[in-house]
Design a protein around this ligand. Structure first.
Ligand code: PMT
Length: 287
């Protein structure tokens, strides 16, 4: 199991008291958090002679669950999806930059989940230290917001959807020094910052009615109102809200807790889950 790369299903079978035991519940929760799909045991006559919940589900029912998963796993076959991930770095000089704490985990989980469902993925990634997930994923590595903007404008016209998960720097130094700024000769310095292009808004301005555009909103306060305002301002179809006030959400964590809001007004909040499972929830709701 530990070295299995395929999707894993577990259909537990045990006596009713063992199934009810808190340690079993904890272990099943751990498996679920790791992305395993549990096929709940049925109620009925058990090998011990007792009757209750613990009978392995009927093989025909197990096959149905797996078939349903296989149908869903091909749900994005033939689709082309652009995903942005990670931070951008805005250079001050050859050794320093302005950046943020994005690790790329959320964006890479989205790219991996889209590919697992059969999509052809273009992953435009800022500087992160993550491997490309398995599947049909073409990674374009960029450093700055300007480079990410150029790559997204080039790739978006051929796409069915774009998921803008990158934490793009809103400002860049107006001037990048060609040589290392020296403390001894420069003394106190003032950095003049100029706004970067808004990549999601640029795609929102050119998207066709067939293309879906999904943005993220990372907030620290007034979360819902700010997310709604970004959804409208950038002409998105959906926005995924995560808050830095939530201890299980945000930069670098293995988990996230999101609310997805549609331009139609529909919205859904999900509990904290691993970023892989959050990616699956986002894709189920939006694509
Ligand atoms: O990478 P991890 O460590 O896993 O962390 C995940 C995450 C917290 C980075 C991710 O879940 C997330 O919230 N990503 C968006 C972060 C962000 O920049 O949010 P924002 O509210 O500032 O931007 C709103 C939207 O506009 C985002 O879709 C962003 O990609 C986009 N944007 C922002 C600025 C800009 N100049 N161009 C953009 O396209």
């Amino acid at each position: 199991y530990l070295s299995a790369k395929a999707k894993v299903f577990v259909a537990p079978a045990m006596d009713l008291d063992m199934y009810r035991h808190p340690s079993t519940a904890r272990n099943l929760d751990t498996l679920r958090a790791d992305g395993v799909t549990l096929i709940e045991p049925a109620e009925g006559y058990l090998a011990s002679g007792l009757t209750g919940k613990g009978r392995m589900e009927e093989p025909e029912e197990i096959v149905k669950v797996i078939e349903a998963w296989m149908d869903a796993s091909a749900s994005l076959k033939g689709k082309k999806i652009l995903v942005t991930a990670g931070p951008t770095h805005e250079n001050i000089d050859p050794v320093r930059f302005i950046g943020n704490y994005s690790s790329g985990k959320m964006g890479y989980a989205l790219a991996g989940e889209c590919a697992a469902r059969g999509a052809e993925v273009c992953l435009v990634s800022g500087p992160v230290s993550l491997p490309v997930p398995d599947g049909d994923i073409r990674r374009i590595e960029v450093t700055s917001a300007a480079e990410m903007h150029a790559a997204c404008l080039r790739e978006f016209p051929g796409m069915d959807a774009a998921i803008m998960c990158a934490a793009v720097a809103d400002y860049a130094p107006a001037v990048c020094s060609d040589s290392k700024i020296k403390r001894e000769t420069t003394g106190e310095i003032t950095l003049r910052l100029v706004p970067n292009p808004d990549i999601a808004a640029s795609l929102g301005a050119i998207k066709t009615p067939e293309q879906k555009l999904i943005g993220f909103a990372l907030e620290t306060d007034n979360e819902h109102a700010n997310a709604l305002s970004k959804l409208r301002r950038k002409n998105l179809d959906f926005i995924v809200l995560n808050s830095l006030r939530d201890p299980l959400a945000g930069f670098g964590k293995d988990t996230n807790k999101v609310t997805v809001i549609a331009a139609t007004g529909e919205e859904k909040s999900f509990p904290a889950k691993s970023k892989t499972l959050v990616a699956a929830d986002i894709i189920d709701f939006t694509l």
